[in-house]
Design a protein. Structure first.
Lengths: 462, 462, 462
């Protein structure tokens, strides 16, 4: 099969300057889900009808689909399919047509629809001209109603909400926005569809009644899940579609041994992977290509993006970890900010109000409060006191700091990079380190402390 | 029309020392919503029946309504309306009566109800004595049931849950707590309502059957939305009403071009305004008179109150911004704390664990980690290192700090206010600045660093 | 009555190495809720059938129940009850049998079921051999269907989903997993139940049809709430059960005078207690044995565990308070981290990016930004500046810091413990305090500040 994705729409109800289909759901453009579903269902030859700001759609879908430019749109889905005729006019098989704003259709549904068409041909000896994906909704308001020959799967016509009679409106079977057309039949019928009297647009659904009136076979095929029918026409629909996809992903991982608390509050991008016995607290965000190893516990509100979290790591509440690796057994948080290019070593502990950027933190290192570690290498077992800062920027350039194994950096010390502290060296609290400290040495830079009797009270009271 | 709001109730089921109607929904007292709905529907002459802790209701509604004090309450809504008779006894038109604990009634419903009464008079030639707002609930438990003459809109009586027969309990049309009375008819009938045998209270709903028995016309009028009927009798009802109002506000902005992720977790006060293409992540709180410009992205969990966020600003997760202005293109967060009286200039970057209070941060300034800036003016393009503190308080008074354009303040430096750093001056990391630094100068206050070979290891091991 | 809890299951669908019943709901193992419900219903003699990793179940339930080891399990609930026969074979009264994965059964339901059995005997003169807790579900998929003699409460049989005919599947009354057996009758019948043809397991529900066929009386008893029927077979069920229990607890406190905002996002452990007029913002977590006094307001996203929060305390958003006491009128947050062994005194203020551990903070103390206070005693009214750190660890041991009443500790100062600052003493900002400071004294340790004209600009530009 070939497939054609309709992605030319403006989405006026989105009130957006961007094409509707590039708006994102869980970090991926809406149309990405449609194309990804087709690919997962085994369809490689995919055309995408683009129009308004076509380049933005190209940016998200890349080179592996064929773009069909709708240059002079009269409007309507039928017009979009017509304008892409070069893509399918010589095709002797089936053409799937799917709306680019239908991100919830499942790969298994597309696979089953393909099988259905072929099985009807094989076992009933009937060539289906068009199979329409449908579903039953308890509230069908806003959807095209599917009118069928009673007691059969034969569709007579699809009626848009605004054109429906009261009886037709009561029909709960709706058009889910996915069609399998036998291309030669579509080619015969589609050019004859006239513009709508009401809107002047050419509706693809008009093909159905035309086909039926010529004795062609139009059948319904039931969606796996009623949510598949959701077409995203507004930003509110986008929010709903995102929630549906999110809960599908969460359910997937729950079935594979992950415990979720308040799953409805957890954000999980489609490319994230989770190990067994992982425990996810409420309000957690896992984005991008994050990988979470077995037995990890991620505390409430933590925000992890493109990170690798090793086995048995504990991420305490309200930690932000982006573009970093946290090795097995380490503890992060609460309120840690681990940034790009950082590796937190095994069993290391990064605590509250500590930021680490582009640094390698050795195993067993402790940096438990109020510190900034940037462009540093910290040897295993080192202890970084509260208030310690690596001054990695001098106003012009970034420089590196090396801290040896087992080294103790006293609180409120400042390490002015480039600088190196040897293994098992010791920086007294409050020091400013401007030169390298040899292995095992003690470094101090402190002014003598002076006392003035009675003067403190005087400063406070006078 | 005049309107009378019943706000004298104690709300015993709230277990509160405050009057029920001053409990807050999205930061506004419950009764504020009722009065605001009446005003939006064009009603200016509003009376409010107050009783228990009347001054607390006055505090929230101010001087633009008329207060009617219920001095010797016998109890019941009928008694409340009677006790306010001075407000409406000479009124020749309609009197709207609404419960102060019905915050979900929509302005359009009140407008439509007014029109309905006048249109029935004009087109049917019927003077309505009382129109009752009603709605259908799938579960009507707890609500007064509306018993009508079959096949008409004429109400025969309203039956409270506890007095209802099993047949009456099965009725799904309920009293939504808003009435339009033709005042002269109300004046005739209300004084004749006797106290309830069960409770001794005088119920306003008894007026309905009395009117009907005298051949007066009592009609139902359908609410726009079933949620309008919710009366807030418990704190749980308060939580539900808050959720309904919150989602109405979110839906309003969604329709105007704002993308919400997990909208059900977002807090949005009624006075907040949002620009087009704003993107709101989950768990965001926007309170008070916050204004958010176009294209702003607000990260998960951020908490913004009475702030102005300029076009294209990025607020990263878990930032708290209160009483501040963030100018276009600036970046804030994660974990920033921007406090009252602060202006963050264009394209400035305020980062993790940075607090700014009563300060003007120039455009392009960077203060990216662990700093406290209070009572300061920071010139454009200045760089504030990690751990920098402006010591604005000396134990008795607050003082100001001036930092020039393009100035570099090295990490862990302390600026003891009052103090001024000239443009393009440079404070070496770890310095304590006690005197002004001239333009272009370098300031350093550091003790010489001393090294003691082997002594570090000794401190760690012995 | 005696009760037998079936807790031997592996829970293969959990994909877990631990027994299913020790997985936690709101911090308590699932089986804890079952045993706790039985105890609250007045049942003291409780047996627990254990098998797979029995020691983990023992660890959570302790010594107050009797453990019955299922040594050679053939599988199935019937087999589990058989294998525990020593516990009930000589019992002349009723034996409650309940699944260990049914954590939502309510104590009142168990009490009512006990009464029901006795009342039927007393008033109808009928000895019930088995009473089965049932409920009606709108979607009964997956549950055992309860097939009754029409128009009576007599159960004929219980049919598992997979064995049910289409007519039986349409039955909406389901088995809720709690049985009251007259023990002598159970003893007579249970040994005759054969293994299932399909699975080889012995199902307890088979007892029902056997009893009925012998003329014994089997009755249904309706659950108080349909949620009670939820059996936890997957981690997804666990998430749902946690949500149900959570909202029950929240509703309980809401009815007692606590206001919840977005209650569906609030986490509340079963042992937490809340005072009147407490206000809980969204995303708040209250865990363990936390006690919250009257009038406390807890800001969005705050995380409180095993803490005591005194009357009128304000916890601002995103504060983490664990194992600490916050005394009346104090303010904490935003972004405070109050740790184990800390007492924050009355009206003290702990602000943003401040961590306090194992310290006693006196009343009225202010520590408002970026500080670390560990192993310290801070006298009343003291002021701790931004960036202040108590260096409580020297690489080998922890030491204590004493700060006197009304003392002022200037910003970025470092107090090297053990050290003591007298009352009303004053530490100049940026000082490193290595020796005790007498009462009323001023302590300074600062290098002289040196200026180099033009050199700052040179460092920035060259």
């Amino acid at each position: 099969m070939k497939a054609l994705v309709l992605a030319a729409g403006l989405g006026t109800r989105f009130k957006s300057k961007r094409p509707k289909v590039v708006h994102r759901i869980l970090g991926k453009p809406m149309v990405w889900y449609v194309v990804s579903t087709l690919r997962q269902a085994g369809i490689q030859d995919i055309g995408v009808v683009v129009g308004y700001k076509a380049e933005e759609v190209r940016d998200v879908l890349g080179d592996e689909v064929t773009y069909l430019h709708q240059r002079d749109p009269k409007g309507g889905t039928g017009d979009a399919v017509l304008s892409a005729m070069e893509f399918w006019k010589d095709h002797e098989g089936y053409l799937l047509v799917v709306n680019g704003d239908s991100p919830l259709i499942l790969p298994e549904t597309v696979r089953n629809l393909q099988r259905f068409v072929h099985m009807v041909e094989e076992y009933e000896g009937v060539k289906i001209s068009c199979a329409v994906l449908t579903t039953f909704l308890s509230d069908p308001t806003g959807y095209g109603r599917v009118i069928k020959e009673e007691g059969t799967d034969r569709i007579l016509r699809i009626v848009e909400e605004r054109d429906a009679t009261p009886e037709e409106r009561a029909v709960r079977e709706v058009n889910a926005g996915l069609y399998a057309f036998f291309a030669p039949h579509l080619k015969e019928v589609l050019p004859e569809v006239g513009p709508s009297e009401a809107t002047g647009e050419i509706y693809l659904t008009e093909v159905v009644s035309l086909m039926t009136s010529r004795g062609m076979e139009v059948r319904s095929f039931m969606a796996t899940d009623p949510t598949e029918a959701l077409g995203v026409n507004t930003r509110w629909d986008l929010s709903i579609a995102e929630n549906v996809l999110r809960l599908r992903i969460i359910r997937f991982w729950s079935d594979r041994g992950v415990t979720f608390h308040l799953p409805e509050t957890v954000w999980l991008d489609p490319d994230v992977t989770l190990g067994e016995e992982v425990e996810i607290e409420p309000d957690v965000t896992l984005k991008g290509k994050t990988k979470v190893g077995p037995g990890v516990r991620i505390g409430r509100g933590s925000y992890v993006e493109n990170a690798s979290i090793g086995e048995g790591v504990t991420v305490l509440p309200y930690s932000v970890v982006i573009g970093a690796t946290v090795e097995p057994g380490a503890t992060v948080g609460p309120f840690s900010h681990i940034r790009e290019g950082t590796v937190v070593g095994q069993k290391a502990e990064i605590g509250a109000f500590v930021e680490v950027k582009r640094s390698r933190i050795g195993s067993g290192v402790k940096a438990k409060h109020l510190a900034y570690i940037g462009d540093a290498e910290v040897g295993e077992g080192a202890n970084i006191g509260a208030g310690v800062v690596t001054a990695n920027y001098d106003g012009k350039k970034k420089h590196k700091t090396f801290i040896g194994k087992g080294t103790f950096v006293g609180s409120n010390s400042l390490l002015i990079a480039p600088v190196s502290l040897g293994d098992e060296s010791y920086v007294a609290g409050g020091s400013v380190i401007t030169k390298d400290v040899p292995e095992g040495a003690l470094a101090v830079s402190r002014s003598p402390m002076r006392l003035f009797e009675g003067k403190g009270r005087k400063k406070l009271k006078d």
